[in-house]
Design a protein around this ligand. Structure first.
Ligand code: ADP
Length: 490
C-alpha cells in the first residue's frame, strides 16, 4: 500500500508547462482535463499548450543546448543517477499516479517504475562511455579520427500506455548524449511526465535541458517544433499511422528520427514446448498492461497437436483474473484507456466470431462505470479476420493453429509489422533458425517479456526505425564526426 492519498498526490503534481526551468501557464489560457479511466471522472486539470508555447519551449531547448553539450559527461551521468535515486524514493507516488491516469493495476505500475527507472541508471552509466576511434588511413598518409557529438535539441513524443518508461527511455539517452529536449506526453496521461519533470528539477536539472509541453492539440503544437531549423532530432513512440505523418514532416527538416511504432507480435508454441512455461509466458506477453503494449502478443500460433490443450489451460488462467480499479488489491485486469479502446477490442472479437471463431471465455464489455473489457480467449480464428491484422491493444487472446515450422513462420511473418516475436520450443536448432527467419527486431525465446533497459528495443518493417536502450540507445542522440589529419611523421 502506498502511504499517500490520491488527493494529496494529485495536488503535488504540477498543472503548468515546464519551459526554460520555470513552471508557466499556457499563453492560450486554456486548460485540459485528465481522466481516471476506471471511473471516467476528471482527476486533474492542467495547462493546454498553444503554438506560442511550443515556440517558447523550442527557444529554451535551443538556448540550453551549447552549455549542456559542454557539460562533462560525468556530470550529465550523475544528474541521471540522482534522478534514479529520487525515483526510488518516490516509487510509490509514481506508481499510484500512473494507476490513476492510465488505469494499470498498482503492481504493474510499480513494475513500470522499476523498468522506467532502469533507463536513468543505464544511461547514467553510458554517459561516460561515448567513445571514438583513431587510426591510420589505409594509404598510410594520414590519421582518421571518428568521434561522436550530441545531435542537438530533440523533440520527444510519447504515448499513454507506459507514461513513465516511455519518457525515461527517451529523456535519459538524450541527456546522457548531451542533447536538450522538449517532451510532449500523450494528452491522455500527461501527469506522470509533469511529475517526472519536477523530479528532474529536484535532481538539479539545468534550465531548458528538459521542457514539457502538454496539449490537447498535438498536431498543431508539434508541427512548428518539427519544422524549426534549430531542432535536430525527433523521437516518437506511438501508432504507425501517426509515425508515418511525423516522418513526412521530419523529412522537410531532414531530422534524425527514432520511430517506435505499432506491433502485431506472434507467439508461437511448438509441440515440443514446455506448455507450463508457454502458458505462463503467454499470460505475461498478453496481459501486461491489459494488453495495451506494442509488444503484446497479438496472435497465438500454436501447433495443431497442442492447440486445444493450450487454449483450455490458458482459459482457466484467464478466468481466474480479477477485473477492477487498478488501485484495488488483487486486481489483475484494469480498465482500457477509454471507451474507444473498448469499442475497438469488441469490434475485433465480434468480427472474428462472425467468421466462425469460438469464444472460450469473455468476449464482452463490462457494464457500469469505467472502460472495462472482459479478459477474453478466442480460438479457431480464421485467416482474413481483422483481429489477426490489427493491433488489439486489449485483453484478448487470439489462437490459430499451424502444421509445421514453415507454416508457423509464414503465418508469423504474415503482417506488415515486425516488432517482437515469442517462440516456445525445446529444440535449440529450431530456435536458432527462427532467430533468422522471423522478421522482427526482437524475440523472446521461451520467455514472454523482453523489455530491458540494457537491450536494444525496436522493430523492423512498419514497426519502426532505430533502437532505444542498450548500447545502441545513446547513438540515436549522437552524430558521427570524422576528421582526417596528415601523417604526423611525414
Ligand atoms: P496511440 O494509438 O498509442 O494513442 P498515437 O500515435 O495516436 O498513439 O499517439 C502517440 C503520441 O503521438 C501521443 O503523444 C499523441 O498526442 C501524439 N500525436 C498524435 N498525433 C500527432 C500528430 N499529428 N503530431 C504530433 N503528435 C501526435
Amino acid at each position: 500500500m502506498t502511504s499517500i492519498s490520491e488527493a494529496d498526490l494529485l495536488a503535488k503534481v504540477p498543472d503548468s508547462l515546464f519551459i526554460g526551468g520555470e513552471w508557466v501557464a499556457s499563453t492560450s489560457g486554456r486548460s485540459v482535463d485528465v481522466h481516471d479511466p476506471s471511473t471516467g471522472l476528471v482527476i486533474k486539470t492542467i495547462a493546454d499548450a498553444s503554438v506560442a508555447d511550443a515556440g517558447l519551449a523550442m527557444d529554451a531547448a535551443a538556448d540550453a543546448q551549447a552549455a549542456w553539450a559542454a557539460t562533462a559527461p560525468r556530470v550529465r551521468g550523475e544528474l541521471l543517477r540522482g534522478a534514479f535515486d529520487l525515483l526510488q524514493e518516490r516509487a510509490d507516488e509514481f506508481a499510484l499516479l500512473m494507476t490513476l491516469e492510465m488505469g494499470k493495476p498498482l503492481a504493474e505500475a510499480r513494475g513500470e517504475v522499476t523498468y522506467g527507472g532502469e533507463f536513468l541508471r543505464w544511461f547514467s552509466e553510458e554517459a561516460v562511455r561515448i567513445s571514438g576511434r583513431y587510426g591510420a588511413n589505409p594509404e598510410g598518409t594520414g590519421r582518421m579520427i571518428v568521434t561522436h557529438l550530441p545531435v542537438g535539441p530533440s523533440f520527444l513524443i510519447t504515448p499513454w500506455n507506459f507514461p513513465l518508461a516511455m519518457a525515461t527511455r527517451k529523456i535519459a539517452p538524450a541527456l546522457a548524449a548531451g542533447c536538450t529536449t522538449i517532451i510532449k506526453p500523450a494528452e491522455l496521461t500527461p501527469l506522470t511526465t509533469l511529475y517526472f519533470a519536477r523530479l528532474l528539477e529536484d535532481a538539479g536539472l539545468p534550465k531548458g535541458v528538459v521542457n514539457v509541453v502538454t496539449t490537447s492539440e498535438s498536431k498543431e503544437v508539434s508541427a512548428p517544433i518539427i519544422s524549426d531549423r534549430r531542432l535536430r532530432k525527433l523521437s516518437f513512440t506511438g501508432s504507425t499511422a501517426v509515425g508515418q505523418i511525423l516522418l513526412k514532416q521530419a523529412s522537410e527538416n531532414v531530422l534524425r528520427t527514432s520511430m517506435e511504432l505499432g506491433g502485431n507480435a506472434p507467439f508461437i508454441v511448438f509441440d515440443d514446448a514446455d506448455l507450463d512455461k508457454a502458458i505462463d509466458g503467454a499470460m505475461l506477453a498478453k496481459f501486461r498492461n491489459v494488453g495495451q503494449a506494442c509488444t503484446a502478443a497479438n496472435r497465438f500460433i500454436v501447433h495443431e497437436s497442442v492447440a486445444e490443450e493450450f487454449g483450455t489451460r490458458l482459459t482457466e488462467k484467464v478466468k481466474a483474473m480479477s477485473i477492477g480499479r487498478g488501485t484495488e488489491a488483487g486486481v489483475t485486469v484494469g480498465p482500457l484507456i477509454n471507451d474507444g479502446a473498448v469499442d475497438k477490442a469488441d469490434a475485433l472479437v465480434q468480427d472474428a466470431v462472425g467468421r466462425g471463431a469460438t469464444i472460450l471465455t469473455g468476449g464482452a464489455r463490462v457494464s457500469g462505470e469505467g472502460s472495462f473489457y472482459e479478459p477474453t480467449v478466442v480460438s479457431g480464428v480464421i485467416a482474413g479476420s481483422a483481429i489477426l491484422r490489427e493491433e488489439i491493444f486489449g485483453p484478448v487472446v487470439t489462437i490459430i493453429s499451424f502444421t509445421d515450422e514453415a507454416d508457423a513462420v509464414a503465418k508469423a511473418n504474415d503482417t506488415e509489422y515486425g516488432l517482437v516475436s515469442y517462440v516456445f520450443t525445446r529444440d535449440l536448432a529450431r530456435g536458432q533458425r527462427l532467430i533468422e527467419t522471423l522478421q522482427t527486431g526482437m524475440m523472446g525465446l521461451n520467455v514472454g517479456v523482453v523489455s530491458n533497459a540494457a537491450a536494444p528495443f525496436g522493430g523492423v518493417k512498419q514497426s519502426g526505425i532505430g533502437r532505444e536502450g542498450g548500447l545502441e540507445g545513446i547513438h540515436e542522440y549522437l552524430e558521427t564526426k570524422y576528421v582526417l589529419t596528415p601523417d604526423p611523421f611525414l
